[in-house]
Design a protein. Sequence first.
Length: 134
Amino acid sequence: GSGNSAQLFFQDIKITEIYVDISGSLDNEEYKTFLSNTLNSLILSGEIKKLYAVNWRICEEWTQPDKYSIEKLSSLVFKGWTDFTNLISGSSENILIITDTDGYDNCIDKKITSGYSIIYNEGHVVFKNMYSYI
């Protein structure tokens, strides 16, 4: 399943913060299922310190997230637009941004050049290292 590929991709990377895009363009069951699988497998690592649900602002955040945090995130209303401008503090190679192609373009526009991104586009998933765009 999609969870396994995430774990393979991240086994050599220490991710400590995850930003999850919950904008309106991602309001569908497939994305939410993908999110649950991916986040559950990442949180099992025990390394995740912070989980953020974001659109144009930070809607919710969890410290030391667990499976209940993921259930809560999935049950939020996915709405609005994506804007990472003021959301991601500084640059850290330990961040993961889960978003769609618009959100990813926004990250590039905002010069977020460290960390990692998972781009979800209608069932297709792409992993990117933000460094490749410096």
